[in-house]
Design a binder for this molecule. Structure first.
Ligand code: LHQ
Length: 263
């Protein structure tokens, strides 16, 4: 597969997408969206892939929509920003959320605008200490998109969401961790190794159990407790029929490490 704006590789059950327009802080273009679409096609088709890692090349993670693209030009009346969201961003967000494997985002540098919220789509977000998150939309008269108005209030509450969205200030990786916006902030020197270790670890875990975990947790935000308990029962039935469940229990009883197969 040939890509223009990303790097894509699959090795030992781990697929890695690296946003690769470092000179423009990996901002999204139509061509990058095409690449991401094709990479996700490949991930969805390949049953050997048991974790997806997303990161950025160079000093930035992703600076959101490329503001020099034609969709952003015009006098504001001609530009249909909603059409770009519908065609590219919204489809991508839903596909990533629905992937039946863990998605890890390793935020290597600044994540701004749609780039910040793209990171939050991931199931686990790890960031380098020098990285930051900026809800930059307000500076160009837009509202947070790419799922931002959904993810942010759920992750950090309304007060912090409003401050971040209306002021567009830089939120450091450390603060993001303190807020609970992300899983973990790690020293720059350890960042690549830790991100890869985390993703490789997940690629060797009980993949179906992780897919069901993700399904249950994401469903919870619109469920009552009673509905959620019913869902847990149904999904646990499925998990309880997997090879990996039997292997996990056997390994515990035999006091040895489990060898999960992902099914
Ligand atoms: C860029 C960008 C960029 C192009 C840096 N575009 N070149 C909108 C519309 C449609 C549909 C979907 O949704 C959206 C949502 C959005 O994402 S709107 C928000 C778009 N993003 C922004 O407003 C962020 C713009 N960038 C910045 O504010 C800064 O670049 C940050 C704070 C991210 C980083 O600042 P610095 O570290 O000082 O880097 P820089 O500004 O010098 O950028 C480096 C280069 O990257 C530079 O190019 P150059 O050729 O001059 O070296 C920038 O022009 C380019 N770049 N972001 N979004």
């Amino acid at each position: 597969m040939k890509f223009e704006c990303i790097l894509f590789e699959v090795a030992e059950g781990l697929a890695t997408i690296t946003l690769n327009r470092p000179d423009k802080l990996n901002s999204f273009t139509s061509a990058m969206h095409d690449d991401l679409r094709h990479a996700l096609d490949a991930v969805e088709k390949d049953n050997s892939v048991r974790c997806l890692l997303i990161t950025g090349a160079g000093r930035g993670f992703c600076a959101g929509q490329d503001l020099s693209e034609s969709v952003m030009s015009g006098d504001g009346q001609d530009a249909d920003v909603g059409a770009t969201l519908e065609k590219n961003y919204n489809v991508m967000v839903k596909r990533l959320r629905n992937l039946p494997i863990p998605v890890v985002c390793a935020v290597n540098g600044v994540a701004a605008g749609a780039g910040a919220n793209f990171a939050l789509v991931a199931d686990i977000v790890i960031a380098a200490r020098s990285a930051s998150f900026i809800q930059a939309f307000t500076k160009i008269g837009l509202l947070p998109d790419c799922g931002g108005t959904y993810f942010l209030p759920r992750l950090v509450g309304t007060a912090r969401t409003m401050g971040a969205a209306m002021l567009g200030e830089k939120i450091s990786a450390e603060r993001a961790e303190q807020w609970g916006l992300i899983w973990k902030c790690v020293d720059d020197a350890d960042f690549i190794q830790e991100s890869e270790n985390l993703a490789r670890h997940l690629a060797n875990q009980a993949t179906q159990g992780l897919a069901l975990t993700k399904q249950a947790i994401y469903a919870s935000s619109s469920n009552t407790l009673a509905t959620q308990l019913d869902l847990e029962r149904e999904l646990q039935r499925i998990a309880g029929r997997t090879y990996d469940f039997r292997e996990g229990v056997a390994a515990f009883n035999e006091k040895r490490p489990a060898k999960f197969r992902g099914n």
